[in-house]
Design a protein around this ligand. Sequence first.
Ligand code: MN
Length: 261
Amino acid sequence: MSQPSVLASLVSGLRGGSIQVVDLTSPLSSSTPVLQLPPEFGQTAVFELEEISRYDDRGPAWYWNNFRSGEHTGTHFDAPNHWVTGKDLADVASVPAGRLVAPAAVLDFTAEAAEDPDFLVEVDHVQAWEAEHGQLPDGGWLLLRTGWDARAHAQEPFLNADENGPHTPGLSVECARWVAEESPVIGLGVETVGTDAGGAHSFDPAFPCHSYLMGSDKYGLTQLRNLAELPPTGAVVVAGPLPIVSGSGAPARVLALVERS
Ligand code: MN
């Protein structure tokens, strides 16, 4: 007897409800929070719609828009060429499609981030998680759950900045280096505005997640939500950035397939 087709089993699981699709994507609108850099640097655009026609004399039977957006606005994918350390590596359109469907490990630091918004994950934390759940997935994602998606409705609580800059959780310098250079994952996904901690402008190196991950031909995913609905292991992430030729990243629809028992 031939083996049942894996894809047929997947389809039947999706239709029967034993496999659920969790949307990890933040909605895109003009109120979607965006990164703010110090004023001496260029700034990314907020998402904006420009109406072309809406069943009117500009187009009687159709509604459509143009849009303007930063590549790094809302839930988005960071390609290796986003950072100077990866400047000769892949642009977002060159990321192999096969790497856009991958398993996920979900590490939950919600309690720590609630206690301390500047909480940094160390290598020890990841290794303690591995002792309980097994190694991080080869070719997969490390998804960092911090509860920060609860703040994604507005710029101010999401960026959580004061006169010293933003205060949001992330990885320590050594943990960023370890994830990039020693762990088997292809990237880091976070709920915050960028893959680096809010205080990472003053780390050495600055923005270590960007510096080490991009330099190691790895990726970033940001502004994820609903990570609370994922198990620590076993979810499969489908990350679909727009294939902007030569682009450094792109807004992405990010979905997770989760098996329910
Ligand atoms: Mn980015």
